[in-house]
Write a protein that binds this ligand. Structure first.
Ligand code: PLP
Length: 303
């Protein structure tokens, strides 16, 4: 209202301070930006500027490739092992920076803190970005490592666990020495409404925990049911499950579900073309999904 006639605080101080309190870091270490995708894209532009290739996993968030191509940054994909885990030794080779999501997308697989620290240790001359878009759904954050490694940037978003994708709030946390981050991000001032709602979300810890708890509970219930229906999957610490059926091809099931207006993700790509990424919705949505899957598997004599 009256405040919307004025420009917002260009330093986003209320939100920066709320996040700093919440994560027990210094406000100097928090950088908020309009749109998480912007955070990542700015990080690519600012920090991945060597002639050497940036490393990220072969199965991962598809936008890394898009930005690298857009900014003409050389990159090299490192193959995940057969359990979709990162092979840390692959990241010992010379590179121009490292980025991966934890938990990974679309697999939901978590990288251990020991693995992340090992990769940081072997890459002290480049920037290592941990994309924690889904970390709140049960994975461990790399934030405590900020104290030891000034080459680490942890990026998070309000879009997933805080259910505020419409607000476009992204933020990065890094060592205060990484002032470049601030300079690159300053040009995107966050609007006043986003600032206010962001602070309100951080302050309502009870609501945040309640909704997270609901999603995690539904996820665990769906895991059990999927197993009974003949699916296998790696343990997911995210708000989706990346599952494969023992006899029904993923693409076939994807098409059948689409006919029923049930949408899961199918990636027609090597190594993952027999998997479906099943996002956790409400209990009612998941029940409908599970009952359609069961019906189809029975109809086709697979159950
Ligand atoms: C969703 C997502 C993003 C982008 O987040 P937005 O807040 O929607 O811009 C970045 N990285 C990963 C791994 C994501 O899943």
């Amino acid at each position: 209202t009256a405040r919307l006639r004025l420009d917002p605080d260009p330093t986003a101080a209320p939100l920066v301070n709320a996040l700093a309190d919440f994560y027990h870091v210094h406000p100097d270490q928090v950088f908020v930006i309009v749109g998480y995708d912007h955070v990542l894209s700015m990080c690519f532009l600012t920090f991945f500027n060597s002639e050497k290739p940036v490393f990220f996993p072969d199965i991962t968030y598809s936008f890394y490739k898009v930005w690298a191509d857009l900014y003409r940054i050389p990159y090299e994909c490192q193959k995940l092992d057969e359990n979709f885990k990162i092979v840390k030794e692959d990241y010992y080779k010379e590179n121009g920076g490292v980025i991966f999501p934890n938990p990974n997308a679309p697999t939901g697989v978590e990288a251990s803190q020991e693995m992340i620290e090992d990769i940081l240790q072997h890459n002290q001359d480049v920037i290592v970005i941990i994309d924690e878009a889904y970390v709140d759904f049960g994975a461990e954050t790399a934030l405590p490592l900020l104290e030891k490694y000034d080459n680490l940037i942890v990026v998070q978003t309000f879009s997933k666990s805080r259910s505020m994708a419409g607000m476009r709030i992204g933020y990065a946390m890094a060592s205060p020495e990484l002032n470049d981050v601030k300079y690159s991000f300053n040009s995107y001032t966050m609007d006043q409404t986003a600032l206010d709602l962001g602070v309100a979300s951080i302050n309502d810890q009870a609501y945040f925990e309640e909704t997270l708890h609901k999603i995690i509970q539904t996820r665990e219930r769906v895991k059990l049911r999927l197993t009974e229906l003949g699916f296998t999957f790696r343990d997911s610490k995210s708000n989706f499950i990346f599952a494969s059926h023992k006899s029904c091809p993923a693409e076939e099931l994807f098409e059948k579900l689409k006919e029923k207006d049930i949408y899961v993700r199918y990636f027609k790509k090597p190594r993952i073309d027999n998997y479906l990424r099943i996002t956790i919705g409400t209990d009612a949505e998941m029940d409908e999904f599970l009952s359609e899957v069961e019906k189809y598997l029975k109809e086709t004599g697979r159950l």
